[in-house]
Design a protein around this ligand. Structure first.
Ligand code: ASP
Length: 501
């Protein structure tokens, strides 16, 4: 009980930390950046506990079940719950993106021409010695450096410029260029006005090297990766899923050994208790950790004004993702919690707040796992037998927010490229987004990398990822929060289904 009160009493300090974080990051971006290291310490202190905690809690969960058939039953219920809720979230994403249509500009003719795409006309540009001025604001964006802008006069190429390698942030509204080349690479003198632009996007740095993998490669990698060739290497690389498999195997065998296994089991129980206590101590740093992380990232974006510019550049897309996440996280999951988990959603969410805010500030479900377990066990009083099994598994395979985001992002990119996805193609997006979310690791921007699978499945250019990069850091935080929330709701649902038996 004492434990419970302590954790709950942190909610107000965490909210104060967030408010301070937003204010410092928004108004004093430079100071905010300089205190970000405090947040990194917080992330590190959580990360160092992930592997010890996942392994011991999985082993404790299985050995405390007594009967291995229980594991089979709870395991299959958990997987089915995760698949169904992930499917629902993808569906919400697809509906929202089809209604809002964030990638379709009002005037069909003024679509930006992206590599291999359609002619972009009616984007009037003017050139003076060193600059091109573009009348349209809407393509103000931050791309990876080194993409090409091709200037067209009607359909004839007038000049090609490569954006500066050193800078990754500039406005397309005015672009400073040093040299013009024509198609053959010769120095060109473009006319001082033209009516078309083609943007040749580069592959985003984050997905470089991954763009050639086919779906079968990714699936194969996922399955082969389930068994670690070296347990210690998996630990060193913080690979949670293979360690879950190892721990399940180990615990399953341990529970068949009878008397000889008793000291081992009680040792692991003791270790698990100690790790949980350590989390409790780390949690005390959450208000400062969460606040400085938010401040630092907002500072990196250039404070409120920088963030607003980023948001506006992809506003409709960001709103589509956030709206979808809100519907799933604030309507669908609470309804599931109420009717299937038999819990009061408001109380449950309040008790999970330390974990949810940590998810938002770290963009990592895995780093948040220790706190999710702490909040589920001590605040929401879910049986450790369930939490120890359901949450570590959920942190790596159950990502409702990521799945929803992948579906919205893929359809958004299709809309920008002017590709109309047919119903069978949308079904492929549905299936691959679910799969991609399962395959994504619980680390920052993992979803951006697995988005490649979805894009490739429906033949959309992987370069399109460069278009959504600018705002991804923010959307990553939002989807990670929903990922963690989905796992927490899962724990209540599985517990309630066990109680009913
Ligand atoms: N950052 C997310 C997570 O840890 C994964 C993603 O990029 O969508 O849950």
């Amino acid at each position: 009980m004492k434990n419970n009160q302590k954790t709950n009493s942190l909610i107000i300090p965490i909210i104060i930390g967030i408010i301070f974080g937003i204010l410092i990051g928004g108004f004093l971006p430079n100071i905010a950046k300089s205190i970000q290291f405090i947040g990194t310490l917080f992330i590190n202190s959580l990360s160092m506990l992930i592997i010890p905690l996942v392994m011991t809690s999985m082993i404790v969960a299985v050995t405390s079940m007594g009967d291995i058939r229980q594991l089979k039953r709870i395991g299959s219920k958990t997987i089915i719950y995760y698949l169904i809720t992930t499917g629902i979230s993808v569906l919400i994403g697809l509906i929202i993106v089809s209604i809002i249509q964030p990638g379709i500009v009002d005037n069909q003719d003024s679509r930006v021409l992206i590599r291999g795409g359609q002619v972009l006309d009616e984007v009037v540009y003017n050139i003076d010695e060193n600059n091109i001025y573009i009348e349209k604001e809407q393509f103000r964006n931050k791309f990876d450096p080194g993409y090409k802008v091709i200037l067209l006069d009607q359909n004839n190429i007038q000049g090609i410029i490569e954006t500066p390698k050193a800078s990754s942030q500039y406005s397309l509204n005015t672009l400073t260029v040093k040299e013009w080349t024509n198609e053959k690479g010769e120095v060109a003198t473009p006319k001082n006005q033209g009516r078309g632009l083609q943007i040749d996007l580069g592959i985003a740095q984050t997905v470089k090297g991954k763009e050639k993998r086919s779906i079968t490669d990714v699936l194969e990698e996922m399955f082969v990766g389930l068994l670690p060739p070296n347990v210690f290497q998996a630990m060193a690389e913080n690979k949670v899923l293979p360690l879950i498999v190892f721990s399940l195997f180990f615990a399953g065998v341990l529970s068949t050994l009878g008397e000889v296994s008793e000291p081992v089991i009680s040792l692991i129980n003791g270790l698990n208790e100690a790790f949980m206590k350590m989390i409790h101590v780390v949690l005390l740093a959450a208000p400062v950790g969460v606040g400085t992380l938010i401040a630092g990232r907002l500072g990196e974006a250039g404070g409120f004004s920088g963030f607003a510019a980023e948001f506006v550049s992809l506003g409709k897309y960001a709103i589509a993702v956030i709206l979808g996440l809100a519907i799933h996280g604030l309507i669908i999951l609470p309804l599931i919690l109420k009717f299937m988990g038999r819990r009061k959603p408001v109380v449950y969410i309040k008790n999970m707040l330390p974990a949810l805010t940590t998810a938002f500030s770290t963009s990592s479900s895995s780093a948040t796992l220790p706190l999710s377990m702490e909040c589920a066990i001590f605040n929401n009083r879910i049986s450790p037998r369930i939490v120890n099994f359901v949450l570590p598994l959920g942190a790596t395979v159950n990502m409702d927010g990521t799945a929803l985001y992948e579906a919205v992002a893929a359809v958004f990119i299709a809309q920008i490229y002017g590709v109309n996805l047919s119903i069978p193609e949308l079904i492929i997006v549905f299936l691959t987004a679910t799969l991609a979310a399962i395959g994504a690791a619980g680390i920052p921007q993992a979803g951006l990398v697995t988005l490649v699978i979805v894009l490739k499945a429906v033949n959309l250019p992987v370069e399109g990822i460069s278009l959504i990069l600018v705002i991804d850091w923010f959307l990553d935080r939002c989807r990670t929060t929903v990922n963690v929330w989905g796992d927490a709701v899962g724990a209540a649902v599985i517990e309630s289904s066990e109680d009913k038996r």
